[in-house]
Design a protein around this ligand. Structure first.
Ligand SMILES: NC(=O)c1ccc[n+]([C@@H]2O[C@H](COP(=O)([O-])OP(=O)(O)OC[C@H]3O[C@@H](n4cnc5c(N)ncnc54)[C@H](OP(=O)(O)O)[C@@H]3O)[C@@H](O)[C@H]2O)c1
Length: 233
């Protein structure tokens, strides 16, 4: 049995990934605070920003992982907060790192022993995994750290037939992006104009890239830009 475990499939890119793997006949398990709305997806509810929250799901999770022959684990859940390096409280940074990094680490530790050849660990990054813009310091820090985790995954799991990569979306039309833009049509126009295709990315386009990456061991260790090409000014 093929099993997709994806964090944050209650909306946006994660939901599209869940749907894409369902179409391919995979069993799909979402981990987020809200259930995944796609029929046929199994949801474990959990606040990944809470230390120890995943450990309480360990029993349920291990049971499902043990039944799978091939596992694709996608680290997708994240939030983008407005914060700056000269005012970022340690507690706030800790919460962001708990969600993005420590939860991913705990999930890797839980899942790795059950992962047979053909399995994969895929990380959802961002253009901000490789560069910074002002005003989103904790997000930039978390995404850079996630890129490091992906590279360590490649090195430490070498020889086991498990591959990894990081897919880095550009501006994608999801709750997260719409929440940041609000009703501001000027911001939307400015963001759209940064794309070489003059449009936002659809979550399904990222999901398609993730599905491709899940059966492409040749991408092991790669950081993949999935942003339609961004205009440089
Ligand atoms: N949209 C973009 O333009 C864009 C660009 C680059 C990268 N990305 C990346 O793509 C990924 C998905 O983002 P999206 O745009 O699809 O955002 P989204 O629609 O807001 O979805 C975020 C998902 O993360 C989950 N999540 C957030 N906080 C959580 C927590 N504390 N515990 C458990 N789950 C939590 C949410 O589930 P619950 O609320 O149900 O917990 C939700 O399912 C993220 O890694 C993001 O950084 C997005």
């Amino acid at each position: 049995m093929n099993l997709l475990v994806v964090t944050g499939a209650s909306s946006g890119i994660g939901r599209a990934i869940a749907n894409r793997f369902l179409v391919d006949g995979w069993n799909v398990l979402s981990i987020a605070r809200r259930p995944c709305p796609e029929a046929g997806v199994d949801s474990l509810l959990c606040d990944l920003a809470e230390p120890g929250a995943l450990e309480s799901l360990e029993g349920a999770l291990s049971e499902r992982l043990a039944e799978a022959d091939r596992i694709c684990l996608v680290h997708n859940a994240s939030v983008m907060r407005s914060d700056r390096i000269d005012g970022l409280a340690s507690a706030d940074l800790q919460e962001v790192l708990q969600l993005n990094i420590l939860s991913a680490n705990a999930l890797n530790r839980l899942a790795a022993p059950s992962m047979g050849p053909g399995s994969s660990i895929l990380y959802i990054g961002s253009t901000l995994a490789e560069k910074a813009v002002p005003g989103v310091a904790s997000y930039v820090i978390a995404k850079h750290a996630l890129a490091g985790m992906m590279r360590a995954t490649c090195q430490d799991l070498a020889g086991r037939g498990i591959h990894t990569c990081m897919i880095c979306p550009g501006f994608t039309d999801t709750e997260q992006l719409r929440g940041l833009i609000g009703d501001n049509t000027e911001t939307l126009a400015a963001i759209t104009a940064m794309s070489a295709f003059d449009r936002l990315i659809e979550p399904e386009e990222i999901a398609e890239t993730v599905a491709f990456a899940s059966h492409a061991p040749v991408l092991n260790g790669a950081l993949i830009h999935a942003n339609l090409g961004q205009r440089e000014r």
